[in-house]
Ligand binder design. Structure first.
Ligand code: OAD
Length: 252
């Protein structure tokens, strides 16, 4: 705790002085809410690695299996609530006029915490799209059901298969989303929180923000290899570190 306080105090001062703040989050920020991360303990589902379920090929091969995994994630996450880390980030989003939250998470917990200016790199678990991209269906639509009668669900317009509105491995990210990420790299402070930093392009954002002059910080109880390239690594759970940081910033 004393070590955490020593790391957090100077960072709290930087936060107080900053005007442009960008935060990038990954699955670890939702771990304390009970959302399983993709890698590490709890990352396996029925012996399948997430990477083997989250591709267009996996969906084409066995849509029911892919959907079973998403249905499990939807029902698990439907019972989860934002934790202290989401709350602190939400507070920052209202405090700074120039703030962007870029998230790789599809769980919707940042939005549930009331965070403003959320850029969702990988889409949303709570949106669906027609896998045939039929002309009658909107590009994506919201559907928050946790239980489906039939898996995979069917497109209400063409009766084709419906897929989750998330970005799969091998698919391009939305160009508008990438523009927003790009614009947010010009900032005073860039915090990367709860991500293993192995999936691109998200993993390239913190190094690029640093190259452009931002002070870069990582918060993660493990020390992913990317940590070494940033200005400060705080090895602690997000909900603990952000709580300490918020308290310290308020006190200074
Ligand atoms: P990962 O599961 O790869 O990494 C989660 C990270 O969170 C790990 O580095 C953990 O050490 C860290 N962690 C665990 N508990 C934490 C806590 N309480 N506080 C802070 N950190 C904690 O998740 P991502 O990096 O988000 O992509 O994965 C990136 C992408 O890979 C995901 O968006 C998803 C996945 O396949 C798509 O679905 C396209």
């Amino acid at each position: 705790m004393a070590l955490l306080a020593a790391l957090v105090a100077p960072l709290a001062e930087l936060l107080s002085a900053a005007t442009r703040v960008t935060v990038l989050t990954g699955a670890g920020v939702s771990a304390a809410s009970g959302v399983p991360t993709f890698r590490g303990a709890g990352g396996l589902w029925k012996q399948h690695r997430p990477e083997s379920l989250t591709t267009a090929e996996a969906f084409a091969r066995d849509p029911a299996l892919a959907w079973e995994w998403y249905a499990w994630r939807r029902s698990t996450i439907a019972a989860c609530r934002p934790n202290r880390a989401h709350e602190v980030i939400s507070g920052w989003s209202r405090h700074y006029a120039d703030f962007t939250l870029i998230t790789q998470n599809v769980d919707g917990l940042h939005e549930a915490a009331g965070t403003r200016r959320v850029v969702r790199m990988h889409g949303s678990l709570w949106e669906l799209q027609c896998s045939d991209r039929c002309a009658a269906a909107p590009a994506r639509w919201e559907d928050r059901r946790a239980d489906f009668v039939e898996l995979p669900p069917r497109c209400p317009h063409c009766d084709g298969l419906v897929r989750p509105g998330v970005v799969w491995f091998g698919e391009s990210l939305d160009t508008e989303v990438m523009k927003q990420c790009e614009a947010a790299l010009d900032c005073d402070l860039f915090l990367t929180i709860g991500t293993s930093s192995v999936v691109y392009p998200a993993a390239s954002l913190a190094p690029e923000a640093k190259r452009r002059g931002a002070y870069t910080v990582e918060i993660n109880p493990e020390a992913p290899p990317a940590s070494a390239t940033l200005d400060l690594a705080i090895q602690a759970p997000a909900e603990v570190a952000l709580d300490a940081l918020d308290r310290s910033a308020r006190a200074s």
